[in-house]
Design a protein around this ligand. Structure first.
Ligand code: COA
Length: 262
């Protein structure tokens, strides 16, 4: 199934919903129209029981997302600027709080808001031509969609400082080396690799996968002792599911599990 809004293309197959930011002539820069459509489509994906994994990518050969739309940013007043950042942060946070894995298939430039959007995804797969950076300081601003916070959490304070202060771009291999992306694949294969990974995830217990998202994501916000308690509680909840029974029975019977998500 392929549906539209024209700024975000929506396709669903085998439990995987792919959202493609579709402004290739502007390197998929995030203008207010794209952000509104993303917000709506992320909400739709969250509440659609037929969707198990979401993939986000960019249209065309050159860019994932080359940042927030600079034409729009240039017009912001201080009051608008604060609202713009809060709204952008809230939309990007939807990726993190979707309750389903979100895989970024990064097929070119992931700069500014594009890098920030990728940072809020569960997993990042980059093609060899991907380039990453937080170039905001070149424009006299700082990252406003969560980059100063999530980048430091993912790759460490020193590397985040370097990227955000110098505005330098790094290539896919360097992004992989510092842990910014999970995997690098040949040009043209990022979306395919994301679908493969989605398939692997969807073969597993859906409730268990949802709890993994919570245990790791929420747990990182907690002191270790509280995170461990969260893990133990979710572990205990799994024992109440028919998925656990099915997973273990399937192993003992030497057959693939057929999870019902209950
Ligand atoms: N906002 C608005 N428009 C953008 C954009 C952005 N973030 N990034 C690219 N575009 C537009 C360009 O203005 C150009 O539009 P035009 O053809 O109407 O002039 C089109 O996309 C193609 O980009 P162009 O700059 O011609 O491509 P390039 O190959 O020479 O350079 C980049 C590619 C990514 C290096 C360059 O576009 C760039 O630096 N973009 C801005 C990145 C940025 O600072 N992002 C953070 C914003 S906070």
């Amino acid at each position: 199934m392929t549906a539209v809004s024209e700024l975000v293309l929506v396709e669903t197959a085998d439990g995987v919903r792919t959202l493609t930011v579709n402004r290739p002539e502007k390197l998929n820069a995030l203008n207010s129209g794209v952000m509104a459509d993303l917000e709506r489509e992320l909400d739709a994906a969250k509440h659609d029981a037929a969707v198990g994994v979401v993939i986000i990518t960019g249209a065309g050969e050159k860019a994932f997302i080359a940042g927030a739309d600079i034409g729009e940013l240039a017009k912001l007043t201080p009051v608008d600027g604060r609202e713009h950042a809060l709204r952008g942060q809230a939309i990007v946070a939807r990726l993190e709080n979707l309750g389903k894995p979100v895989i970024a298939a990064i097929n070119g430039y992931a700069l500014g808001g594009g890098c920030e959007l990728a940072l809020a995804c569960t997993i990042r797969i980059a093609s060899e031509n991907a380039r990453f950076g937080q170039p905001e300081v070149k424009l006299g601003i700082l990252p406003g969609y969560g980059g100063s916070q999530r980048l430091a959490r993912l790759v460490g304070e020193g590397r985040a400082m370097q990227l955000c202060l110098t505005a330098e771009q790094i290539d896919a291999q360097e992004a992989w080396r510092i842990g910014l992306v999970n995997k690098v694949v040949p040009v043209g294969q990022a979306a395919g690799a994301a679908r493969e990974m989605a398939k692997a995830i969807l073969a597993n217990g859906p409730i268990a996968c949802r709890y993994v998202l919570d245990a790791i994501h929420r747990g990182l916000e907690m002191p270790l002792a509280e995170g461990l308690l969260l893990e133990a509680t979710l572990f205990g909840l799994c024992a109440a599911t028919s998925d656990m029974k099915e997973g273990m029975t399937a192993f003992l019977e030497k057959r693939p599990a057929r999870f019902a998500g209950r």
